[in-house]
Design a protein around this ligand. Structure first.
Ligand code: CO8
Length: 254
């Protein structure tokens, strides 16, 4: 991999570190394709229960690669491979946790909007500055940002291009916790480790159900949630047995 570093932790957590520091981890087509490839591998690998996505101290990611844009022009955004990579990230069914230090801008901000939980270091900042280059957050940001922070705040960010700091991002609901910068990855890994102990099938179902709240009308998602109650899993039986027998459950993911 040229643009990312992949590491595995013993507790079932995979860490993907964006690694284009000279370009502030800008999301080139190559980088996005590598992230998508690794997420496909993580999907197929039962040993991976949760993924943490991070950058470096200076930037989680400063967004789409503006230098690639000038090569390809705006239609570059609609390039099939690039859209396929985004789709893979969006459809990843296991939990995805972002650990953000430094800039999370443009596509970098859109990337965290696709994550399930976001932990930020004190110095992190978030923004959708595309308007400054006569564009808009077209990798899902115009739709996901208002669902995350509400219309007025999304309009403020999208139309001014101004950044918000980590505390504001937490107050607005974009981020779940703000921690000292040197603790960001550690905290994200802690959360991932807790999730990795749970039944993987129950975790996948729970993630899918919460996401339905943003994707479907309420009557449809409530009806789908009720249908999911019919699911019988061995893990559920094991969870109940372990509770009654006062022991740790041994989940198999079935
Ligand atoms: N793409 C490519 N290279 C970048 C990017 C980027 N997004 N951001 C920074 N870099 C590069 C710089 O060019 C510079 O490289 P070099 O040293 O070779 O000149 C290096 O990273 C360091 O950057 P700076 O020197 O600019 O660092 P500063 O600390 O002075 O500034 C900033 C940091 C404020 C983050 C500044 O770099 C910046 O404003 N970057 C651009 C942020 C941005 O606009 N992001 C949004 C991009 S567009 C997008 O994400 C989605 C578009 C979807 C459009 C849909 C269709 C309309």
């Amino acid at each position: 991999m040229e643009n990312i570093i992949v590491s595995r932790h013993t507790d079932g957590v995979m860490q993907i570190t964006l690694n284009r520091p000279k370009a502030l981890n800008a999301l080139s087509k190559g980088l996005l394709a590598e992230v998508a490839r690794v997420l496909d591998e993580a999907t197929a690998d039962d040993a991976v229960r949760c993924v943490v996505l991070t950058g470096d101290e200076r930037a989680f990611s400063a967004g789409a690669d503006i230098k690639e844009m000038s090569d390809g022009g705006i239609p570059m955004f609609a390039e099939a491979g690039r859209l396929k990579s985004w789709k893979t990230i969006e459809r990843f069914a296991k939990p995805l946790i972002a650990a953000v230090n430094g800039y999370a801008l443009g596509g970098g901000c859109e990337l965290i909007l696709r994550c399930d939980i976001v932990v930020a270091g004190e110095g992190a900042c978030f923004g959708t500055p595309e308007i400054k280059i006569a564009a808009f957050p077209g990798d899902g940001g115009t739709q996901r940002l208002p669902r995350s922070v509400g219309k007025a705040r999304a309009m403020m960010m999208v139309l001014t291009g101004e950044f918000i700091d980590a505390e504001t991002a937490r107050d607005w609901g974009l981020v779940v916790e703000v921690v000292p910068s040197e603790r960001t990855i550690e905290r994200a890994l802690e959360i991932a480790g807790i999730i990795a102990e749970h039944s993987p099938i129950a975790v996948r179902m729970a993630k899918a159900e919460v996401l339905m709240a943003f994707e479907k009308p309420l009557d449809e998602s409530l009806s789908l949630e009720r249908q999911m109650l019919l699911w019988q899993t061995e893990d559920h039986d094991e969870g109940i047995a372990a509770f009654i027998e006062k022991r740790k459950p041994r989940y198999t993911g079935r």
